[in-house]
Design a protein around this ligand. Structure first.
Ligand code: SAM
Ligand code: SF4
Length: 321
């Protein structure tokens, strides 16, 4: 079992399979970065899998594939099947912008994928174009329908931004609710890669808008999820992720692996250790030692709410959010 110095059990690994993306979301990657990681520096699926086996053997029970846009990476279904075959009971999920989901959802489901989280920031084509930098909405919504049709569980992520999509909070909630998908509103997290003009809505502003339409109770946190949950009178549950708070850090159970092989103990901090050379050379024991070291050094909490005014330097498309 992996236990950090604050007695938290780490059993959730997020694996970013690429930092590349077919969207240019204003809050994440408004422009193509000057320096993509060269393709030859990316770990192959076989190399990533070598590490994933170690993590599963050490007690990891949940794996989320993310990116950049994970569906840009060829043969993703084969990678998912490798993980599933090794540990069929693993909670295997993916976060995607859904643009390429139509036509791939069935294969992913057959390979062993159980759940997906999809970013839906708007239901209006022009706003989607404004946020993502291209006309994406139809493909995204078709992808979601297909995922539901093939039996994947789907959750929706929305980043509400003042003057951009803040009018659509109720619409996105209703869209999700009608389809049996839970929605989580993610407070915009400042980072040095995002568009400078964005002003994200804070949890109290979101709750004020929602309370004009619904009555709901505050359920607090649920397990290790960073979401603060609320249940509406009809039983529908929505969540808000408030990174500027650090309550959820006390139960944090996750670490992140980038496509280049860096293990990151906390989304906020720059600290990371590489397992790349070890998995490339087949030095499994050394990779396992790095995993244990990273878990040991996991910081107590993030610093988004800190008073030093610093925002995170690392891009979300690198770490997978
Ligand atoms: N491309 C996939 C997607 O968009 O779902 C997966 C990667 S994306 C980096 C993962 C999550 O990070 C998405 O839900 C996205 O909304 C969120 N995200 C990215 N930048 C963010 C920011 N600055 N603040 C809050 N959430 C952010
Ligand atoms: Fe791409 Fe996801 Fe970042 Fe948007 S949020 S730019 S879809 S990685």
């Amino acid at each position: 079992m992996l236990i950090d110095s604050y007695n938290r059990v780490v059993d959730y690994l997020r694996v970013s399979v690429t930092e590349r993306c077919n969207f240019r979301c204003s809050y994440c990657m408004p422009e193509k970065p000057f320096s993509w990681v060269p393709k030859e520096n990316l770990l192959s699926f076989e190399e990533l899998f070598e590490f994933i086996k170690i993590a599963i053997d050490e007690g990891v029970k949940k794996i989320r594939i993310t990116g950049g846009e994970p569906l840009l990476r060829e043969d993703l279904d084969k990678f998912i099947k490798m993980i599933y075959d090794y540990s069929p009971s693993i909670d295997l999920a993916m976060t995607t912008n859904a643009y390429l989901l139509k036509g791939t959802a069935q294969r992913l489901k057959d390979a062993g994928l159980k759940r997906i989280n999809v970013s839906i920031d708007t239901l209006k084509s022009d706003v989607a174009q404004q946020i993502a930098g291209k006309d994406v909405l139809k493909n995204v919504l078709d992808g979601v329908e297909e995922a539901l049709r093939v039996g994947l569980k789907v959750k929706v992520n929305m980043v509400p931004m003042d003057g951009i999509n803040s009018q659509e909070i109720v619409d996105v909630l209703e869209y999700s609710k009608e389809r049996g998908m839970s929605v989580r509103f993610i407070e915009y997290m400042e980072n040095q890669h995002a568009s400078k003009e964005i002003k994200g809505l804070k949890s109290n502003e979101l709750l004020e808008i929602l309370s004009k339409h619904y009555s709901f109770s505050d359920d607090g946190f649920d397990g290790a999820s960073p979401s603060h949950y609320y249940t509406m009178d009809d039983g529908y549950r929505f969540g808000i992720i408030e990174p500027y708070e650090d309550d959820f850090c006390t139960k944090c159970n996750r670490i992140r692996l980038t496509a280049e092989g860096y293990l990151i103990p906390c989304l906020y901090f720059d600290e990371a250790m590489s397992i790349a050379d070890f998995v490339k050379r087949g030095e499994i024991k050394n990779a396992a030692l790095v995993l244990k070291e990273v878990v040991k050094n996991k910081p107590e909490k993030n610093r988004w709410g800190g008073d030093d005014g610093e925002s995170s330097k690392r891009a979300f498309y690198e770490t997978g959010g």
